[in-house]
Design a protein around this ligand. Structure first.
Ligand code: CP3
Length: 355
């Protein structure tokens, strides 16, 4: 395997020394970029982009051409797995993702199966290998998946939800049914992430966007348990390279120590937890990714820079910090503000890495 020209992201995820703090942005490819909107309009819709490896590659590279990012992330979606299970993914304008065939009954759950990555998800691994080739070792490529719990919320609710009433009713009335579903999903995620790694993903991330709506006990039983299974089941080394794995539970700040105990390499942190507190809670076990409020990008470049300085100071000296937003970049952010953010991280972080 060719050596990476910029391996700051991998080194920070493994808590190895770096010259400055690496930075990337969740949802860095997307609608805030005019060049994305143009390509998406030509393709017709989001899935037309995501299922075409050449277009997915082009969209992945768009933010890297504008900004000095330390990682690329595969352009795809967490809902590819339920889509491959035949649930009929579609996007309702202004409402977000929905499924034609939500999973509600015992019969629905019995019909679920582990999609074979080389079959219905081949467009994803093809995109990974196309992007890897195009990156040519410039920065690492991050692969990803949703957590079993987060995927299940979309599959059971079937459309937009405020209270997660349908899946929580299932959780309290038929917990065995939900566990059965989460088991199939955990196996699917393991196979899916391993296929991404085999196709060239150099790190992976598990997005648990909705774990934070659970009680601490339910979080452990219905979300964290299954993420632990994934951490244990995926390739942690591939072709002699360590493959760092990051877990991110939005609103999961209170549970960082439990999450670190899964044996993952890094944890995503949103802006509701101070990085100094987060660092104390994980006690050196894992690296931390985060955690600027994406809304800070609405502020002036000067104010953005000040916020970056505050977060760097909060994490403190030494490696183990991957700078990021605490959640995805908003659609209405000015690309120039994203540039000010990325540049500020590199410029202001060097003093924290002097030995
Ligand atoms: O970060 C990146 O640049 C990589 C691409 C990526 C997308 N989705 C592209 C996308 C990643 C990592 C995701 C993950 C994802 N998808 C999550 C977890 C992360 C998070 O934000 O919490 C979730 C919950 C989803 C489900 C999903 N897919 C939503 C809520 C939406 C937005 C729907 C809408 O209409 O606003 C999508 C669609 C989607 N996935 C878009 C993009 C760029 C927008 C599609 C478009 O062009 O209309």
């Amino acid at each position: 395997m060719t050596a990476l020209k910029n391996d700051r992201y991998i080194r920070a995820a493994l808590q190895q020394p770096v010259d400055c703090t690496p930075v990337w942005m969740m949802r860095q490819a997307g609608r805030y970029l005019p060049e994305y909107r143009e390509l998406r309009a030509q393709a017709g819709n989001f899935m037309a982009l995501a299922t075409n490896p050449e277009l997915a590659c082009e969209v992945t590279l768009q933010p890297l051409r504008r900004f000095d990012l330390d990682a690329a992330i595969l352009f795809s979606d967490i809902l590819t797995i339920p889509d491959a299970m035949g649930l009929g993914l579609h996007f309702v304008a202004g409402e977000g993702p929905a499924f034609h065939k939500p999973v509600r009954t015992e019969d629905d759950v019995r019909k679920l199966f582990v999609p074979q990555p080389e079959d219905k998800l081949k467009y994803v691994t093809d995109a990974v290998s196309t992007i890897r080739k195009a990156l040519d070792g410039s920065v690492p490529l991050i692969g990803f998946s949703g957590s079993p719990w987060t995927l299940a919320t979309y599959m059971v609710e079937g459309g937009p939800t405020k209270n997660f009433s349908i899946i929580k009713a299932m959780m309290y009335q038929q917990p065995h049914l939900l566990h059965q579903m989460l088991d199939v999903l955990a196996d699917s995620v393991i196979q899916y992430l391993n296929a991404q790694i085999e196709a060239g993903a150099q790190a992976v991330m598990v997005f648990d966007t909705w774990g934070g709506v659970l009680t601490p006990r339910d979080y452990r039983e219905f979300s964290l348990n299954y993420m632990q299974k994934i951490v244990a089941g995926i390739h942690r080394t591939y072709e002699e390279q360590r493959i760092p794995v990051t877990l991110f539970t939005k609103n999961g700040g209170d549970w960082l120590a439990d999450m670190a105990a899964t044996g993952c390499d890094a944890l995503g942190v949103d802006w509701t937890t101070d990085l100094a507190d987060a660092r104390q809670r994980v006690a050196g076990k894992v690296a931390l990714q985060g955690n600027m409020d994406p809304s800070v990008l609405y502020a002036t470049p000067e104010r953005i820079k000040a916020e970056v300085a505050t977060i760097l100071k909060s994490y403190g000296a030494g490696s183990g910090h991957i700078f990021n937003l605490g959640h995805g970049i908003h659609q209405t952010v000015e690309p120039d503000h994203a540039k000010a953010f990325v540049d500020a991280v590199h410029e202001l972080s060097r003093p924290y890495h002097l030995v």
